[in-house]
Design a protein around this ligand. Structure first.
Ligand code: HEC
Length: 148
């Protein structure tokens, strides 16, 4: 195997692992639709700031806009949520095998949060991450234009 096929294989692996290249414009649009469809706004607010527009007033809900997470951390948070987390997880097969933190739900009763009814594929989760990184994270307070 020469270096170019090696690189191709590495790229294919990255895609399988869900680590896609920076998001393209059509993916960001798809991500925006997913943010609505997956009901993220019920907890985090339409602008991801956890403020106005949020119907769930749980004080543990963080602002996505103020998040310091990188692409992979965002991807894993949406895919797996976290043990004892209050956010549902969005990859349908998480915790059926060891893909999230190395454990399965059946081995640790009561630890794993629920699967969202609005679960997504890895491709969709990546589109959503692209949207969060481009349109929410690090953008400060939401503006009127964003609302419209
Ligand atoms: C039921 C309420 C709820 C829903 C629905 C929800 N979240 Fe969360 N989210 C939380 C809570 C609570 C946390 C804090 C961690 C925890 O307790 O699990 C969190 C944490 C996060 C974080 C980590 C932020 C940081 O920097 O710590 C991100 C990113 C995030 N959510 C994005 C999303 C996205 C995207 C969706 C929709 C696909 C979503 N959330 C749906 C409640 C929710």
């Amino acid at each position: 195997m020469d270096w170019s096929t090696g690189w191709g294989a590495a790229l294919a692996l990255m895609v399988v692992a869900g680590l896609a290249a920076p998001a393209a414009a059509q993916d960001i649009d798809a991500g925006k639709r997913l943010y609505k469809r997956a009901d993220c706004a019920t907890c985090h607010g339409w602008a991801g700031d956890g403020g106005e527009g949020r119907t769930n007033q749980n004080p543990k809900i963080p602002s996505i806009r103020a998040s310091k997470m990188d692409q992979l951390q965002l991807f894993d948070t949406i895919r797996c949520s976290k043990p004892f987390g209050e956010m549902p997880f969005y990859e349908r097969l998480s915790y059926t095998d060891e893909r999230c933190y190395g454990f399965r739900a059946v081995d640790v009763p009561g630890v794993v949060p629920p699967l969202s009814n609005n679960w997504m594929t890895r491709v969709e989760i990546n589109q959503l991450v692209g949207y969060l990184q481009t349109k929410m994270i690090g953008r400060g307070a939401p503006t009127i234009e964003e609302c419209e």
